[in-house]
Write a protein that binds this ligand. Sequence first.
Ligand code: KIV
Length: 289
Amino acid sequence: MKAQRVTIHTLRQMKERGEKIAVLTAYDATFARLFDEAGADVLLVGDSHGMVVQGNDTTLPVTLEEMAYHCRAVVRGVRRAHVVGDMPFGSYQTSVEQGVANAARLIKEGGCHSVKLEGGAQHAELVKRLVGAGIPVMGHIGLTPQSYHQLGGFKVQGRDPGGRDRLLADARALEDAGAYAIVLEAIPADIAREITATVSVPTIGIGAGVDCDGQVLVSYDMLGMDESFKPRFVRRYATLGATIKDAVGRYVSEVRGGEFPSDAESFTVAENKATGPTIGMYSTANTTK
Ligand code: KIV
């Protein structure tokens, strides 16, 4: 049976019903398929891939072309989840026209269902124009990693005098401009609770406490891909880094020892019929479709 696609309207209804929204980042079709089948409501193709996939120290080097490439892969892997494409640094800061043109490219070339951009009131005009152009927008306030140098690092936001009021004003500005959801990153839980109670659109927290309408984590972090990285707001649901190292270690040792491949994993001339069945090449996300 065809899964019912999660839309921005589904997410609004989930907030109204008090149902929590589960969001994860995804960067390729295989992980996207797994997350979709496991029930994630929204997959965010985050510019965090610049760090966890590309190995940069910040998200700043990520380009629009790279975002579109990863969005295409993720969209191919999902049947139910809503897919959000992150607008990378430099793709919308110059002007509203630049932001509209690049968001349209991400939707057209990446195939994602909506876009996310960092910042509050300062981007209200852009959000309004995008929504007017038929492009749903997820806002993102608090710790906005694209402002890494301006913020002086990855730090909890909103603790300074006036911080609470600024965050509330930013959330209201995004809601008024037509954003369908707002990511709240690294802000005190009581401020996130107040924003969530104030705005009618879903809030999606990361390091923002339990009272947000939904939660998002970087998938590589919650899956434990990097054993050395465990910030306070991340809960590890697996230790895949260790599992992968163990599997690869055994593979290396079996290749070196001549134990892999076995006869059962090899072909013979006798069974090689010219028109025989295909042997199955690499696994793809499309195998479920
Ligand atoms: O790029 C990203 O993955 C994000 C999330 C952490 C919200 O923006």
